[in-house]
Ligand binder design. Structure first.
Ligand code: FES
Length: 163
């Protein structure tokens, strides 16, 4: 059983109790993804699985045979950041930075969800390009907590990419 993480294939663990988060950090050595609560409450462990954002602490690695995972390292690099990574830098969308990888992964997926026409509070017309308000960003990002309270800058960063 294998899983692709940021374009590299990895053999899934023998221990069926290994979370996807622990597999990513310990076995794949990708420590950009953070462990906060380990109980699905903070969003620090958010990664994209087949393009959909999930809390990797709540998912068992062995259930991801054949899946494609993207972590913060897969979105961009220091020299070539993604638009969302650059926006977080531009707007100081962090303080301690611990929640930042999860915030950026979640925000990246969130804008893809909106572009794909997932239900939006901003409009009932799915044909229309939804205007993403700060309020909607806060609602859609409510699964990602920032204990430093850098929310205003996080929303500004996401708004930069959305506009
Ligand atoms: Fe997974 Fe907090 S570490 S939600």
């Amino acid at each position: 059983m294998t899983i692709s993480i940021n374009g590299q294939d990895h053999t899934l663990p023998d221990d069926p109790r290994t979370s996807l988060l622990d597999f990513i950090r310990r076995d794949a050595g990708l420590t950009g993804t953070k462990k906060g609560c380990d109980h699905g409450q903070c969003g620090a462990c958010t990664v994209l699985v087949n393009g959909v954002r999930i809390n990797s602490c709540l998912s068992l690695a062995v259930t991801h045979d054949g899946d494609t995972v993207t972590t913060i390292e897969g979105l961009g690099q220091v020299a070539t950041p993604s638009a969302m990574q650059q926006a977080f830098v531009d707007h100081d969308g962090f303080q301690c930075g611990y929640c930042t990888p999860g915030q950026i992964c979640s925000a990246t997926a969130m804008l893809q969800e909106i572009a794909a026409g997932w239900p939006s509070d901003a409009t009932e017309d799915l044909e229309a390009k939804p205007q993403v308000t700060g309020e909607e960003i806060r609602e859609r990002m409510s699964g990602n907590l920032c204990r430093c309270g850098a929310y205003a800058n996080i929303v500004a960063a996401i708004q930069q990419v959305a506009d």
